[in-house]
Design a protein around this ligand. Structure first.
Ligand code: GDP
Ligand code: MG
Length: 164
């Protein structure tokens, strides 16, 4: 069966923007019990001669940092349980945040392949210096992308699909 790739990361880092850019029209939604787990959104994505299933775990807008961290842990656990490769998305404009480090630790301990994606790098020339701090997460080389501008997406997919 097809490899599964899950996108996890803080609210507003751009997970759904990346998902929509890759998914085109081939989207399905799996509804979960309200308040227990959040809806998962699936799409089949083709890259070169490969097809994989991409999962976006989005949801309600959290209001406190405690709730954000709890949701991120839940997302990460879903990804660890179901995915073959995990895209961990961060935001170069927000920089490295404490909850990023906590979830990175959890992902590292899982032993699953993780691709560290740094989003909102809308100018590779002007913003690349800001990408390097993400090496401090200790989960590998940060991969710069702009989901909005569709920059770096091909290189990111090459790295993701190398893990299949
Ligand atoms: P999610 O909560 O992680 O799913 O984030 P969304 O995909 O909903 O995006 C949150 C916000 O970030 C939206 O306003 C997007 O337009 C914006 N965004 C997403 N990708 C980029 C990007 O590459 N550059 C910039 N500047 N903004 C982005
Ligand atoms: Mg979303």
């Amino acid at each position: 069966s097809k490899p599964i790739v899950a996108i996890v990361g803080r609210p507003n880092v751009g997970k759904s923007t990346l998902f929509n850019a890759l998914a085109g029209e081939n989207i399905s939604i799996v509804k979960d019990t309200p308040g227990v787990t959040r809806d998962r959104i699936y799409a089949d994505v083709e890259w070169l001669n490969m097809t994989f299933t991409l999962i976006d775990t989005g949801g309600i807008e959290p209001d406190t940092s405690d709730v954000i961290l709890a949701q991120m842990r839940e997302q990460a656990q879903i990804a660890i349980d179901t995915a073959d490769v995990i895209i961990f998305m961060t935001d170069v404009r927000q920089g490295l945040v404490d909850s990023d480090s906590k979830v990175a630790d959890m992902l590292r301990r899982s032993g699953k392949p993780v691709v560290l994606v740094v989003n909102k790098v809308d100018s590779f020339v002007k913003m690349m210096a800001d990408v390097y701090e993400f090496y401090n997460l200790g989960i590998g080389d940060p991969v710069p992308v702009s989901a909005n501008a569709k920059l770096g997406i091909g290189d990111m997919l090459d790295i993701v699909t190398e893990h299949f």
